[in-house]
Design a protein. Structure first.
Length: 205
């Protein structure tokens, strides 16, 4: 059908696609053509879809930003759906190429408008989420940023200390200070490695 926006859904909850099909049935220009519970399943099926509605947290443990990037490499547009709306999730997925990000309690009108916007190459973000994206993350000292980059890209504490020319306790102190800075803005972080995409450009190796 001319003008039809073909939508694929990748979501842990198998009931979500059925709900979305019912929700979008009356739009006339949006149709759910495929559903999967993992990105691997979706890519294996290779459905002809214009927009993928992607659940932020899939049970296979894959990173949302990596999933977005993989879909974008295949030429499809991505709208992330989640119950989470914090800075880290929003910024990481949008930086990876997502055209929009909606919290799952958003209403049907917002969803259909978001799908159309993403399909047309326009951003689909609420004013609240735009504010989150535009907010800068806590500022790090050069040494903190260096420690985050090295540790966040796979170096052990010992290797990070060696490459920085400091002791392991010093590296730990840098990472602790980073956690404290995020806790100070009410976004506590257990694993600082999840923050690496929040800081661009990354320090030189």
């Amino acid at each position: 059908m001319a003008g039809m926006i073909r939508v694929a859904v990748v979501d842990n909850d198998k009931l979500v696609p059925a709900g979305l099909r019912a929700l979008l049935a009356g739009t006339g220009d949006i149709r759910v053509v495929h559903a999967a519970t993992s990105l691997t399943e979706h890519l294996a099926a290779a459905p002809e879809a214009d927009v993928v509605l992607l659940d932020l947290r899939l049970e296979d443990g894959t990173e949302a930003a990596a999933n977005v990037a993989a879909l974008r490499r295949r030429g499809v547009r991505v709208l992330v759906l989640s119950v989470h709306g914090d800075r880290r999730h929003v910024r990481a997925t949008v930086r990876a190429g997502a055209g929009g990000y909606l919290v799952k309690d958003d209403d049907a009108v917002k969803l259909t408008e978001a799908i159309r916007n993403v399909h047309d190459g326009q951003p689909a973000l609420t004013a609240e989420l735009m504010t989150i994206i535009n907010d800068d993350p806590p500022e790090l000292s050069p040494q903190e940023a260096r420690a985050l980059y090295l540790y966040g890209t796979g170096s052990t504490l010992a290797a990070t200390a060696r490459r920085m020319g400091v002791t392991i306790p010093t590296v730990r102190s840098y990472l602790t200070r980073i956690r404290s800075k995020w806790a100070a803005i009410d976004e506590p972080v257990d694993d600082v490695r999840t923050l690496i995409d929040q800081y661009q450009p990354r320090p030189d190796r």
